[in-house]
Design a protein around this ligand. Structure first.
Ligand SMILES: Nc1ncnc2c1ncn2[C@@H]1O[C@H](COP(=O)(O)OP(=O)(O)OP(=O)(O)O)[C@@H](O)[C@H]1O
Ligand SMILES: [Mg+2]
Length: 251
């Protein structure tokens, strides 16, 4: 077996995705090493979320390959990729607002939708999951709200629930789509510390517009524009690159 295949947490080989006549991902190739903290930047509409959707399996590419921990997962549905250690948060919050914080996290661990939840065994059956959900809520500082419905908690707290939900799945690769968007300075600082405290066994790829915060967390950066990788490499080199200034910083 080719050694390089299994050395990466993630490899994308010439991914292409079109919507109608619009090419949104244009032969994107990149690789991320285990433990890496990778930041994806680019203007609105550059194709960042669409790229995440192809990594997670929410979208299938028209062509190209997605390899997760050395395994070709291009044709696998999201739940199979989750079993291989992939977990993500979404740009738009996807929590079930009528249900409690702890149930949302348990649902995530079970990979279930609320309708299926109703058909399942009584909650008491899931004692271990409840314990784990509480542990995760404690990690993100929200244990005191475990039994409250999502609709009762503030936006910044919902963002933290999402992070707890993603971590509860015990990922090896975590995709964070703008985890700091819309947060106050205080909330941003809380979520930033949480992300910093995630252990190195978990590889992180993060999309973020708040450059100052994002750059503090990133070691490597990929700049996308019009669905193409424009610059890719060590953080400082990418930031100093003239093409980054042209595309992203607008100077
Ligand atoms: N399901 C879809 N159908 C049609 N076009 C889509 C779809 N999803 C995304 N697009 C288009 O693909 C392009 C890239 O969108 P995407 O959401 O990936 O960008 P982004 O880089 O995440 O932007 P932002 O920074 O605003 O979140 C945009 O032109 C968008 O309108
Ligand atoms: Mg996006």
């Amino acid at each position: 077996m080719n050694a390089s295949r299994s050395d990466h947490a993630l490899e994308l080989l010439s991914l292409k995705k079109t919507f109608g006549g619009l090419t949104v991902t244009h032969n994107v190739s990149l690789s991320v090493s285990p433990g890496e903290r990778r930041l994806i930047i680019g203007p609105n509409g550059a194709g960042k979320t669409t790229l995440f959707n192809q990594i997670s399996g929410d979208l299938r590419p028209n062509s190209g390959v997605v390899r997760l921990f050395g395994r070709d997962v291009t044709q696998l549905p999201p739940y199979r990729r989750a079993h291989l250690g992939l977990s993500r948060t979404y740009q738009i919050i996807t929590l079930f607002s009528g249900d409690t914080l702890e149930h949302n996290i348990m649902l995530g661990m079970l990979g279930l939708r609320p309708s299926r939840w109703q058909m399942c065994r009584p909650l008491s059956f899931y004692g271990d999951l409840a314990t784990e959900a509480h542990r995760m809520l404690d990690t993100v500082g929200l244990l005191h709200l475990a039994g409250r419905p999502i609709s009762d908690v503030a936006y910044g707290e919902k963002r933290r629930v999402e992070l707890a939900m993603a971590l509860a799945q015990k990922p090896r690769l975590l995709l964070l789509d703008e985890p700091l968007a819309g947060l106050s300075n205080a909330e941003r600082s809380t979520v930033k510390s949480l992300i910093t405290s995630i252990p190195r066994e978990i590889t992180i790829i993060m999309i973020e517009h708040d450059m100052d915060t994002a750059l503090e967390l990133a070691e490597t950066v990929t700049l996308l524009d019009y669905g193409r990788v424009i610059v890719d490499g060590e953080r400082d080199a990418v930031i100093a690159d003239e093409r980054t200034r042209e595309v992203y910083l607008g100077t």
